[in-house]
Design a protein around this ligand. Sequence first.
Ligand SMILES: Nc1ncnc2c1ncn2[C@@H]1O[C@H](COP(=O)(O)OP(=O)(O)O)[C@@H](O)[C@H]1O
Ligand SMILES: [Mg+2]
Length: 143
Amino acid sequence: MKPIDCSIQREVDVYVAMSHARELATAVGFSAVDRTRIEIVILELTRNLLVHAGGGTLTLTRMSDPVSGPGLTVTAVDTGPGIADIELALQDGYSTAHTLGAGLPGVRRLMDEFSIESTVGVGTCVRATKWLSTPRRRSVYGR
Ligand SMILES: Nc1ncnc2c1ncn2[C@@H]1O[C@H](COP(=O)(O)OP(=O)(O)O)[C@@H](O)[C@H]1O
Ligand SMILES: [Mg+2]
């Protein structure tokens, strides 16, 4: 199945992305709890696109991995200011916008795989994957 690209330029775009994500998460077979986790991830990443990067693109990809099985990858890409210190941005409570600073660390905890690539002045790519069943889930995520 082709990835779904959602342009996130305004608040209303978040709801379109959310409805695609719900549909895809249901199709993959995620539980209600996991669907809610994925919804929170969509909210946080789209918020970051709007607040920190002036918009971007959220891509939803249905995964089918020979080892990990079915899953869903959420990718948020922007050409905003970038993140100078990624380790710092991943700390609970760190925010340059005087908000909660719980977005990125929260996304990392809610999903099974997480990565950020960012270059100052060029942009940011955040990618997070949840697998339907996660026998090899990393224990550092505390679940
Ligand atoms: N897409 C982005 N582009 C640039 N900076 C970002 C982006 N996403 C997050 N950041 C930086 O990482 C910090 C932490 O993000 P987050 O954990 O979501 O907290 P918050 O959004 O409440 O500030 C932000 O304050 C911002 O400095
Ligand atoms: Mg945020």
